[in-house]
Design a protein around this ligand. Structure first.
Ligand code: PEP
Ligand code: MG
Length: 841
């Protein structure tokens, strides 16, 4: 209740100071006071008081000033609810005037006294009187002469004597800081960081410890851990004869704290002060339950603590710090899990651009697969392979990718495409391979014919030129950028173990290959939630067989190709079962959108003509014949299974034969078979009847019994709406939110990248719906599907296997909607595990 908060409160252990009325700095200072740390006397002004000051209602400042000795200098610092929201800079040495200056000359010496005065006049002139900083350009550095000059300059500019009254000075400083907070640009800036429109600012008025004068005087910061790694390491800086955060200033030659090879250290200069600072820092860590950076001043050797701020940290350090606090019994493990930002975990799993590295950005696109990589530009998959053969790192640049490019993607260290969105071919494969990838980079001009890439600023990059891809930010950089390694150390594993203990929704991985499956195991996925079997044919040798099957015109021709495919698939599945060691493996029957599998360009068609032993013209004719106007809505998924049932028969047989083989040597396998793109109950009945028949045949032939789980992908709106009549036939329903999003919006997954950023910028979509699940629209369909499916079959397992499965916001939705598990790209499994745990805690 605002009427009851006094406008100024001295910070004592029992004072009424709250984050929501006085801000974080005031609250933290009170904690330090309660710990009996040597904190200078401080008064906190409430949000309401500061707001009133901004509106011109200046309270009686004797209320504030009476708390401080008459000759004390003061400083004012901002105290908002969240330090990330910014705020006006601190103003030091308020209260200095001719009289105090004379006293200080005696106490601290003329140099120090002049420096204190000078600093105040300068900041007052710029931040309060709003003079142009250039006015003081000619003023010499430091000393009484400089002071005289600067006071003169002030008077010349303002036609007024520099204010001498402490109360007047303080009032003016408070007013300027209060108004700065309410200014439009400051408001927009903090709102962009998530601050509410009416976020308040508190101010703290603190007695100055000058940090200048005789004896050991100076200021600095100390923390117990490295901000980069989070490892225990005393770090910080100290600067003799300085105030505030001077020691951290650019170009300042401050000293390190701990004695090492780097030269003079505070430990040598003031060993006792150094020791007590460490004791204070450890106490703060234990009692504030956080790694804190201590802001301190030494005055004639005595330690004063001005403030404590949360240690800045990289994602890697955040994990190390949280785990360290929990291992020391300072916070419970669940809280450690809560303290790490799940989104930021991606940084740990991939090589990243060094946060301090220079970035020469030449263009941007959609950040489709995280991580950073540097390499030479190549414009075809063949060049990528040639490059890899020479042991040269290369970046594959394509307008968009198709299965023919997958071999090139394997050979490249990163991928950049002009077209596409979060679920386009390049994005899905890139994430699967853990390969940094940027798609939809339409700000760059792609000239694949002349093998050139034109930057936003007109610079041209040719094949062989070096660029860096930052798949975490979507930035394309010229040249090489410094990177830091991925980190999945013991600390990371410890945190993930705690997360798993808390989690109440399953996490599986989308894995198509043995390599994917191995990655999924490494990241402790609880099974495979989606194996896209058509992706098993991206390998160049096999792609042709897949195409032969698509091209077969007669049943006997197709049968011959299927007979060649059968052993390949059987081996594939057996290996997946072996790697997953009894964990569930959900295999989706073929769903090849034809445009992704027809040969494009002359070389592809020539290759196929050789393989099929028919003229190129014949291939071209067939490609044209099979070509669809709208392949994503064409002959794919279960439609292929219904019209050419032999294909699914072959796959089912391969799965069952592999089941028998794998179960002999290892853990019992109960395969899951999933049918894509269903929209009608009858499709399910037709396919299921045939698969049951294949199962019976394999049981008979092998003399081995086995069971399997049959399920349906819900990825058309109709399947969601008709879930009640579909569910009784199935053991599970897996929601494919990529296609479901595409079809709900009528928005092409492969083309939306072109205008997605404009749509998000103009606020049509809050986020790319292929990236973050559209809870309102697609989400409603999911909910309908869940309710109707469960109503008809209470035991049906429900999951989601679209790319949304790895997104923390989408996981929150799935958990609430009652899903049993989510399945996402293997590299996103850790993020999903942590996010799911945070939802359950
Ligand atoms: C989906 O549509 O969500 C899905 C998982 O299948 P795909 O991405 O292979 O179309
Ligand atoms: Mg799909």
């Amino acid at each position: 209740n605002s009427n009851q908060t006094p406008f100024a409160t001295e910070i004592t252990p029992s004072a009424c100071i709250a984050l929501s009325t006085h801000g974080g700095r005031a609250k933290c200072l009170q904690r330090l006071v309660r710990l009996d740390l040597p904190v200078p006397r401080t008064v906190a002004l409430s949000f309401d008081a500061v707001h009133a000051i901004a509106e011109g209602r200046m309270p009686d400042l004797t209320e504030v000033l009476k708390e401080f000795p008459e000759d004390a200098l003061l400083c004012v610092r901002p105290s908002s609810e969240d330090p990330d929201w910014g705020g006006p800079g601190a103003i030091l040495n308020i209260g200095i005037n001719e009289t105090t200056y004379t006293d200080l000359c005696t106490k601290l010496g003329p140099e120090a006294a002049a420096a204190l005065y000078l600093r105040f006049v300068q900041s007052y002139a710029v931040h309060v009187a709003r003079l142009d900083p250039d006015v003081f350009d000619d003023v010499e550095d430091g000393g009484p002469d400089a002071l005289a000059e600067i006071l003169q300059a002030y008077e010349a500019e303002t036609d007024e004597k520099f204010p001498q009254d402490r109360s007047e000075q303080l009032g003016a400083v408070l007013r300027s800081m209060a108004r700065a907070w309410e200014g439009t640009s400051a408001r927009l800036l903090r709102q962009a960081k998530g601050a509410p429109a009416d976020a308040g600012l508190g101010l703290v008025v603190q007695e100055m410890v000058p940090g200048l004068g005789p004896g050991v005087c100076g200021s600095g910061v100390l923390q117990l851990v490295s901000s980069t790694t989070g490892e225990p390491q005393i770090s910080g800086r100290y600067l003799s004869q300085s105030q505030g955060r001077d020691a951290l200033g650019r170009g300042v030659s401050a000293m390190y704290l701990e004695r090492d090879a780097r030269g003079e250290a505070l430990e040598d200069l003031a060993p006792e002060a150094f020791e007590s600072l460490k004791v204070h820092a450890r106490l703060m860590r234990a009692r504030l339950r956080e790694e804190m950076q201590v802001e301190f001043v030494l005055q004639d050797g005595a330690v004063h603590i001005l403030d404590g701020v949360r240690v800045a940290r990289t994602a890697r350090a955040a994990v190390r710090i949280a785990v360290g606090l929990a291992q020391d019994g300072i916070i419970p493990p669940e809280e450690a899990v809560m303290r790490v930002d799940a989104h930021a975990l991606n940084e740990l799993l991939h090589r990243q651009i060094d946060p301090d590295a220079k970035r020469d950005v030449i263009g941007t696109g959609i950040a489709a697969s995280p991580g950073a990589a540097t390499g030479k530009l190549v414009f075809t998959a063949a060049e990528a392979q040639a490059s890899a053969a020479r042991n040269e790192r290369c970046i594959l640049v394509r307008r968009e990718t198709s299965p023919e490019d997958v071999r090139g993607m394997h050979a490249a260290v990163a991928v950049l495409t002009e077209k596409g969105g979060m679920t386009s071919h390049a994005a899905v494969i890139g994430r699967g391979l853990g390969l940094p990838c940027i798609v939809g980079a339409s700000s760059l001009k792609f000239d694949s014919r002349r093998k050139r890439l034109k930057a936003e600023d007109g610079r041209l990059f040719r094949a062989g030129d070096v660029i860096t891809i930052d798949g975490s930010s979507g930035q394309v950089l010229a040249g090489e950028a410094k990177t830091v390694e991925a980190a999945q150390d013991e600390t990371f594993q410890t945190l993930m173990g705690w997360a798993d203990a808390a989690r109440d929704i399953g996490i599986r991985a989308n894995a198509d290959t043995q390599m994917d499956a191995q990655t999924a195991r490494n990241f402790d996925a609880q099974g495979i939630g989606l194996c896209r079997t058509e992706h098993m044919f991206f390998d160049p040798g096999r792609l042709t067989v897949m195409r032969e099957m698509i091209f077969a015109e007669t049943p006997s021709g197709r049968e011959a190709v299927l007979a060649r495919l059968l052993p390949m698939q059987r081996d594939d599945f057996r290996e997946l079962f072996r790697i997953m060691e009894g964990l569930p493996v959900c295999i989706r029957l073929f769903d090849p959108p034809l445009h992704e599998f027809l040969p494009t360009g002359q070389s592809g068609q020539r290759e196929l003509s050789e393989a099929l032993g028919i003229p190129v013209s014949e291939v071209t004719r067939r490609v044209e014949e099979l070509g669809e106007y709208n392949p994503m809505l064409g002959l794919r998924g279960v439609r292929l299974g219904v019209t050419v049932p032999e294909i699914y028969d072959m796959q089912a047989r391969a799965i069952f034969e592999a089941t028998v083989e794998a179960s002999k040597g290892g853990a019992l396998v109960v395969p899951e078979i999933m049918v894509p793109l269903v929209s009608a109950k009858r499709e399910v009945e037709l396919v299921k009847t045939r698969i049951d028949a294949v199962a019976a045949a394999v049981r008979l032939e092998t003399g081995c019994d086995f069971t399997y789980r049959f399920g349906v992908m819900v990825e058309t709106p109709r399947a969601a709406l008709r879930a009640e009549e579909i569910a009784p036939h199935t053991a599970f329903l897996s929601f494919g939110t990529n296609d479901l999003t595409q079809m709900t919006y009528g928005l092409s997954r492969d083309d939306a990248g072109r205008f997605m950023s404009a749509y998000v910028q103009k606020g049509v979509f809050g986020e790319d719906p292929f990236h973050v699940l559209d809870v309102d629209g697609v989400g409603e369909l999911l909910q309908l599907g869940v309710q109707r499916g469960r109503r008809a079959n209470a035991d049906v397992t429900l999951s989601i296997c679209g790319e949304h499965g790895g997104n923390p916001e989408s996981i929150a939705f799935c958990r609430k909607a009652g899903f049993d598990y989510v399945s996402c790209s293997p590299f996103r499994v850790p993020v999903a595990r942590l996010a799911a745990a945070q939802l359950a805690i």
